[in-house]
Write a protein that binds this ligand. Structure first.
Ligand code: NOJ
Length: 561
């Protein structure tokens, strides 16, 4: 077993997550071990040496629990078992021990804002008014004798938030698909069930949880309608609800405090002030959160379908805000991709073939040395680009289809609708992992559940491992440089806050300074006259030689120690 893992476990080092480099696996798309077209746990086990070689020391596994897969596993029908096509509980245990053997920890996705409508609790709740599970969900009588839903809230996937139960007058709340009924956290029994689920996995040895849409668990019990709007009607009543902090502290006190585990909360629409309350260690709620301010810089009203041109200045502003705002108060998470976001290359810069590799490296270097724990989404480490789907039926994602139907209803012109939808769909990041250039990218021997990206011919792991200067090897270097007190605890200082093409920041701890400069444009730009860039030692760059000119998408890393 890897030494640092053993030591930190023996020493019960509870803040191990501050030294973690976390790799996210989206199991459907990572590796298909039994050639049925769908990724699975044996497939993951077969790639653990690859992860070790990359240098990560923790994996966040998107849901593998039993599920009808209406939302690719974010709809759970049994919290204590594995979705059969992904493998068995024994496969899971083997994966966990093989990870630990390699010094890799495992955090599971915890989806407890809602269950699947196939969960036995829900089936009982809707089929019997006197069921003990009826109050596990949010079930209310509709208005106008059941003809209209209890209020006018709408959910995250472009639909109303209430679903009528058969031809009764009652409705259940579901902020995602109709197959994802929201749990009623007001009911103490629900909270006890959640604690039991957490203990079940922690006792098995998992190291923590990524808590899905955790800021939605407390709803304002007045269930009031709001002034009509297009998206997320009612959000002020269901995001960051009145008992959120109480619930999270309860989980901490009754469960997390007894284990050497970490939690990272997915906190949709949270502000910095709200985030502080969630992660200030003394409050004992979460270890860290994912904020989405930086992924909202290229849209309007925080709605990804409302396209807005990317501007570096906006990105720097939000990075500054979070880096300074949480410094010594809480811990940041750092990410530029995940299974809900499109790929970063081409989003924050360009995916022109000519610049793809330098762009991927530049983005990697830019976020990696900020204060916090870096996450890498599968494929990001080789610079995979968005999927190349050409028609709606190639998309598998439920959100994509819902939004398309909503667009049709609103009579949005088809070419415009398709353009927005195709560039923003979550499926862009869900294409099969590109292991080699074979027909199905080495992901499987048979046609995968979702279309393989054509560029697997050139962008694939096999090729990346061969080339010394590949994106993969660049990420390896980034990872090796992270093990450093300055990067971990240093102050963050933006050296060029007003520059519209260059992102240049310093991390400082005592006399030690670490500097990153990145050119976010295609233009060649004169290296700014900054003493750090003239005097410090150049550690790493995505071009051969450092000169006084920064080339297209060039990035450089310097330090004085
Ligand atoms: C956030 C997850 O990341 C997303 O994939 C999912 O659809 C929703 N939560 C609902 O669980």
């Amino acid at each position: 077993m890897a030494l640092d893992y053993i030591l930190s476990t023996l020493m019960k080092k509870t803040d191990w997550y501050k030294d973690a480099i976390i790799y996210q696996i989206y199991p459907r798309s990572f590796c298909d071990g039994n050639n049925d077209g769908l990724g699975d746990i044996p497939g993951i086990i077969s790639k653990l040496d690859y992860l070790k070689e990359l240098g990560v020391n923790c994996v966040w596994l998107s849901p593998v629990y039993d599920s009808p897969q209406e939302d690719n596993g974010y709809d759970i029908s049994n919290y204590r078992d594995i979705y059969k096509p992904f493998g068995t509980l024994d496969d899971f245990k083997l994966m966990l021990s093989e990870m630990h053997k390699r010094g890799i920890r495992l955090i599971m996705d915890l989806v407890v804002n809602h269950t699947s409508s196939e969960h036995p609790w829900f089936k009982s709740a809707i089929s019997d008014k006197n069921s003990p599970y009826r109050d596990y969900y949010i079930i209310k009588k509709g208005r106008k004798n059941g003809k209209k839903p209890p209020n006018n809230w709408s959910g995250f996937f472009a639909e109303d938030a209430w679903e009528r139960i058969g031809d009764t007058e009652d409705y259940y709340l579901r902020l995602f698909t109709k197959g994802q009924p929201d749990l009623n956290w007001e009911n103490p029994k629900v909270r006890e069930e959640v604690k039991d689920i957490l203990k079940y996995w922690l006792d098995m040895g998992v190291d923590g949880f990524r808590c899905d849409v955790i800021t939605l668990i407390s709803k304002d019990q007045r269930f009031k309608s709001v002034f009509p709007s297009l998206a997320l009607r009612g959000k002020k009543y269901f995001v960051n609800g009145p008992r959120l902090h109480e619930y999270l502290h309860e989980l901490y006190k009754d469960v997390y405090a007894n284990y050497n585990c970490m939690t990272v909360g997915e906190t949709v629409l949270s502000t910095l002030d709200q985030a502080r309350l969630l992660v200030e260690p003394a409050r004992e709620e979460l270890s860290m959160i994912f904020n989405f301010d930086h992924t909202d810089v290229d849209n309007y009203f925080r709605v990804k379908w409302f396209y807005r041109k990317f501007k570096l200045k906006r990105l720097k502003k939000v990075v500054n805000k979070w880096q300074k705002g949480l410094y010594q108060k809480g811990w940041n998470s750092l990410f530029i991709e995940n299974h809900d976001q499109r790929r970063c290359v081409g989003r924050f810069n360009t995916d022109d073939k000519e610049y793809r590799e330098v762009s991927a490296k530049m983005l990697g270097a830019t976020y990696f040395f900020l204060q916090g724990t870096p996450f890498i989404y599968q494929g990001q480490e080789i610079g995979i680009t968005n999927g190349d789907f050409s028609s709606l039926d190639e998309y598998q994602d439920v959100e994509t289809h819902n939004v398309y139907h909503m667009g049709e209803k609103l009579k949005i012109l088809k070419p415009m609708l398709k353009k927005t939808l195709f560039s923003r769909s979550r499926d862009n990041a869900r294409t099969p992992m590109q292991w080699d250039n074979s027909e199905f990218a080495g992901f499987s021997n048979v046609k995968p559940w979702i279309k393989v990206n054509k560029n697997k011919e050139t962008i694939n792991v096999q090729e990346s491992l061969k080339q010394d200067d590949s994106v993969f090897h660049f990420y390896q270097k980034l990872i090796s440089l992270r093990n450093d007190e300055v990067i971990k605890n240093g102050e963050y200082i933006d050296l060029l806050p007003r520059d519209k093409n260059l992102f240049c920041y310093k991390r400082k701890l005592g006399d030690k300074e670490f500097v990153v400069i990145s050119n976010f444009s295609k233009k060649e730009i004169k290296l700014p006259k900054i003493k750090e860039l003239e005097e410090y030692q150049l550690l790493l760059s995505n071009y051969d030689k450092g000169s006084t000119i920064l080339k297209a998408f060039e990035t450089r890393i310097y330090r004085n120690y």
